[in-house]
Design a protein around this ligand. Sequence first.
Ligand code: MN
Length: 491
Amino acid sequence: MTTKDTKDSERVAKAIEMAKKAHEGQLRKTGEPYIVHPLAVKKILEEWGMDEDTVIAGILHDTVEDTALTLDEIRKEFGESVAFLVDGVTKLSNARSGMRDIDTYLPETKDNFLRLMIALGDDIRVLIIKLADRLHNIRTLSALPPDKQKKVAKETLEVFAPLADRLNMGLLRVELADLSFKYVDEKRYNELKTLIEKYNKSAEKSLKKVEQEFSTALKKEKIHFALSGRVKSVYSLHKKLAKHNQNINEIYDLIALRIIVNDITDCYLTLGIIHSLYTPMGGRIKDYIAKPKQNGYQSLHTTVITKDKRVVEFQIRTKEMHEYAERGLAASFYYNEQKVTENYKKGKIEHLPTNLLWITELQMAAAKLREGKKVDLKKLKLNLFADKIFVYTPKGDIIDLPKGALPLDFAYRLHSEIGDHVIGVKINGKMSNLNKKLEQGDIVEILTSKNQTPRTSWLGKIFTPHARQKLTRRLNILSGNNQNNSQNKSK
Ligand code: MN
């Protein structure tokens, strides 16, 4: 494991000097010198165990946008990788300021913004810097005027907390969500916070007993374990209550106990022991070890009724799963680095859900970088997004399409009504034709006419199966030979 010494490396110290000079004279809304902010971001990134280039980029993340410092100067001093990261963070901020008023694009287009972040942050470390930036801003949000507080908090709740969740950064998700929720709806926040505290207090004694019971049983079976406390997030309780008609009796994970064991076998043994002590509730056993969640989260969950009739959720996992659940992607940069490298050398790829393979790729790249080996980041980016382009509607909505997509694919993607009535296309404001391949970042405007009908020749101007399917169906209906097909479909 990397030793994180308290002293800054020479490069980091140099970056701090550079940032101090650049931000000289600027103040934060809190009245402090501006440099306090980038230094706080640096500290967060270090706590997350990020690599040195990311830490340096964190220190410099606001310089290109807000000071006279240029990207070229940064590149010259710290190299391509740092410059790339700072540029990515800057682009993200610029893209955001293009959307002037947060209220006008939230919450309807939050997925859109999420996609935008992913499109622009094609080195995942850009997103991690952005998350650290947001975490510090939300921690110091009280310095902003109330109307602005609400907007930033809302955006954090709608965009940044879900992003943290997507990267399985559990601790960050909870902190971002709860800090923001307090600003969005303070009364509700306080209500629920009190409720959780009361509930925990009332359960304290019986939980102690439960702890004793299963501890004895686990020791008897020679299973080594540790307990980890878990505080229910106020915001997630709020969301769950909304889903269950505000009926608190339907929330089964108000009290949860986490048991951390050595390996997967012990996870299942522990589950068995818990079930021999208490009655499991039907349908509440979840095996996220065999079937990890989309974000890679792994654990066994079970809800049981204790001897004094309390509902308690148990979460059982290995230390590694625990680290990954709390710190997610950041943890994989730090913790799994050696193991992944080892396994990689042995040709043994970590068991990860396929949609997380890109994380493995990043882990490997991070590990290689630490070993001082060269990694072609450009190639890495290509691997991550090789098959995708992101294009825009004139209103600024982002549509992701496979590389090679054509205007008709875009049109059918918007709506089949639009696809069926295409008479032309403007790309980046200029008339173009339907054979033109769309490129990353194109602004695409589809021209339609009510009198237009789909043509067979369009089949040669389509790339995606989705659009092909829609067009074929439409052509079949028009030519009247779809009777059998449509009958089958309607079943
Ligand atoms: Mn910042």
